[in-house]
Each structure stands twice: as C-alpha cells, then as structure tokens.
Write a protein that binds this ligand. Structure first.
Ligand SMILES: [Zn+2]
Length: 401
C-alpha cells in the first residue's frame, strides 16, 4: 500500500526515532563488547561512506545456492545471470532470514539498477513484476547490471501479510517500509535486517533503484507511481511508464525509495493494484515501463515501448482521504481511476438492519486512486483516496490516513 503522507504521523515517527536513539545508547552501554565487534564489522565493510565493498561468501550453500553477506556486483562474472542468497538478520532460533538475489550481469560494463519487492509481505504483483523483468533480460546482450531482491521482508512474506512479526515484547508487527535505511545495531530485528540489506547489498550496487509495491490487504489501489517529479533523474524514469497516475509527493522519510534518494540514488515507488493476487494486465504495464527505464540507462538496447505519453497520465501532488465515520458495510458508487467532482457521492454505508448510516462525498476534484476492498468497515478506516492537485498553502493538515 502506498505511503500517503500525514504530517501527524511524521511527527510520531520522529518521536519514535528519538526514543529509539536513547534506547540504543542504553543497549550499547549494556553490551559494549559485542556491539563494538559489530560496529567494527560495519565500518570495515565501508558502507558508512557508500564505498564499494568486496563480495563476502559465507561458505554456506542453501538448496544449491551460494550465500553472501556482502555483494559487489562488479565481482560477478559478466554475461551471466547469478542467483544468490543474501544473509539477513537472525531469527530467534539463531538461523538467518535469507533473501533471494538475482543479478543479470551484462557482458559489457554500464549502469547498475536495483529492483526490490516484498518490503510488504502481501504485495504479490510487485514480486511478479520484478521476476518478469528479470526473465526478459539476456546478460549477453546487456551493458550494465540489474540486481533484483524479490523477498525483502521474508517473515512477512511467509505469512503473506504486510508487516514483519517481531518478537520484542511478545508478538508485534512492524511495517518494514517505515524502517529504512535501517540500523545494523538497531533495537529490532526488522531495523537490523533493513540495515544489513541497505548497507551491504542494495546501496553499494545501485546507480538507480525502483521499489515495487501494491495496495494492501483490504485496500486496493490503481496503477500509479509515487515519485518526486521535481528531481529530473526521477522524472525522466517515471515518465517512461504507460500507467495512468503519478503521485508527486515525498511521502514518508523512512520508506525505502526515500532512503535511496537520501544518499543520492534516484528512486521511486510503483504501486501495482491490489494486494494478495496477481493482476497480470496491470503488471505488464509496469514491466514495459521498467524495460523502458533500462533502455533509458543504456543497459538494454532496442526501441522504447509505450510510455506515459501514450496514456493520459493524471499527476496529483496530494491524496484526499475519505474516512469511515460509522461501522457497517460500505458500497462504492465509483471505481478506481474515475474522475470525481467536489460534492460527488462516492460511497454509502449500511448498518446491520440495512439502513443507510453514512454517505461519503468527495471534497476535491480529482481521480480515484485507492478504495477499501474489504466491505466491512469500522469508524476511522480509510474508504477512498482521491488523487488531486493541491493548491492550498503548506502546513495544512490534510492527510489523516
Ligand atoms: Zn507496500
């Protein structure tokens, strides 16, 4: 699901971050020996400066696949596809969460692109999109490298749920797309996993990066890209997608694509329909756009496919939320991508007697970009997001997701 911004939530995240810093300092003091050992590993790997680091093979082979704990794609044989496991954080049993890495290493040198999916565990179309792109690549014909990681939040994916089940204080669920760039010495396994991946796998191998998502369980979205269109390198890539909507907004600082941007790597976030299933038709649009991006960077040759010019792209910088005010069953009166006007009725809600208890209308002119797909709703659930162009002054609280 997209990361619709909310200024209140940003403040809460910042508060959480400051609390975490205090907690981390206490943990460092209590366990100085082992933490220092980790810290020296971290700095010797060189990722604090973003410098490249040599590939480290752990010596393990899992189901025939070699395991790495650090990767520099320059170390891999050119003109071939390589399958690896990257060693992530440990589970409570002491075994590791491994993530699946596919590297298409071109015969000739060139730019390095990184494609990620599975940061949320229920977003299946994002994974299929990345796999479809990788399956189209012929390394013998490529100039440059494409690396894909398809299952970033493994424990979330194993149960096909959005969030990572964490063992901190009893079971807890952590949204991994509020954890980037992570912290190898962080207070949760999720934060450490993010830190390991970002420092030793993703950042060192990326000249540009695309983090694929979908809607979330119970809430589906249209096909769109989240992108900061005022960054020329990002705009140039996003315009190559033949998809109908662009959400031109910085969203949250702690999402993966923003962690890339923060270290100077152009990045954006495609959103590919509903969670839990494969939307093959919508996936094909994002595969076509991603192949265009690889052509744009000179990694693959050949003519461009359809781009944003071939569809009537609607660009909005804000998402207007409609929140349920009652409990009950919601009936939508509009569809994804429909254009709506202020005052237009978008949904009605009935109680268990079948009586209409609420009617929901749009406050803006825009296009429907997200709808609650679970029919039951409690008060406070987002029912609809409307993509629109905001002209109101900055600082207005307008994203109560
Ligand atoms: Zn997501």
């Amino acid at each position: 699901m997209s990361d619709k911004p909310r200024k209140g939530l940003d403040r809460r995240d910042l508060l959480k971050a400051s609390i975490a810093t205090v907690g981390a300092a206490a943990a460092l003091a209590a366990n100085a020996g082992s933490v220092n050992a980790q810290a020296s590993t971290t700095s010797s790997a060189g990722q604090a400066s973003g410098a490249s680091q040599a590939t480290v093979y752990t010596g393990d082979v899992i189901q025939g696949t070699k395991v790495v704990s650090a990767l520099d794609v320059n170390d891999l044989e050119p003109g071939k596809k390589h399958l690896l496991y990257f060693q992530g954080v440990e589970m409570p049993t002491g075994q590791h969460w491994y993530v699946s890495v596919i590297v298409a290493k071109g015969a000739k040198p060139g730019k390095r692109g990184v494609l990620t999916s599975g940061v949320h565990g229920d977003e299946m179309s994002s994974i299929h999109t990345v796999q479809a792109v990788m399956n189209q690549l012929d390394p013998a014909q490529m100039s440059g490298t494409v690396m894909a990681v398809t299952d970033v939040a493994r424990p979330a994916m194993e149960s096909m749920q959005r969030r990572w089940p964490n063992q901190g204080r009893g079971i807890d669920l952590i949204d991994m797309n509020r954890e980037w760039p992570g912290n190898e010495n962080g207070l949760t396994a999720t934060s450490r996993h993010a830190g390991l991946l970002f420092n030793r796998l993703l950042r060192p191998n990326a000249d540009f990066a695309i983090d694929f998502h979908t809607g979330t369980t119970g809430f589906e979205v249209s096909a769109f890209n989240i992108a900061e269109m005022d960054v020329p390198e990002i705009k140039a890539m996003v315009e190559l997608y033949p998809v109908g909507q662009i959400f031109d907004n910085p969203t949250y600082p702690s999402v993966l694509h923003n962690a890339f941007i923060a270290v100077g790597i152009p990045s954006f976030c495609p959103e590919i329909g509903a969670a839990r299933h494969l939307d093959i038709e919508m996936i094909s649009l994002f595969v076509e756009g991603t192949m265009n991006v690889l052509r744009h960077h000179g990694i693959v040759a050949g003519p461009m496919g359809r781009t944003g010019k071939d569809v009537n792209v609607f660009i909005g910088n804000s998402a207007f939320p409609i929140l349920a005010t009652q409990g009950g069953i919601v009936e939508h009166l509009v569809k994804l991508n429909d254009k709506v006007e202020p005052g237009q009725k978008l949904a009605i809600q009935r109680n268990s007697f079948g009586e209409v208890v609420a009617e929901y209308t749009s406050g803006v002119a825009g296009e429907i970009t997200g709808q609650r797909s679970d029919a039951m709703s409690e008060p406070g659930n987002p029912l609809v997001f409307i993509l629109f162009h905001k002209v109101a002054p900055e600082g207005v609280e307008s994203y109560p997701e």
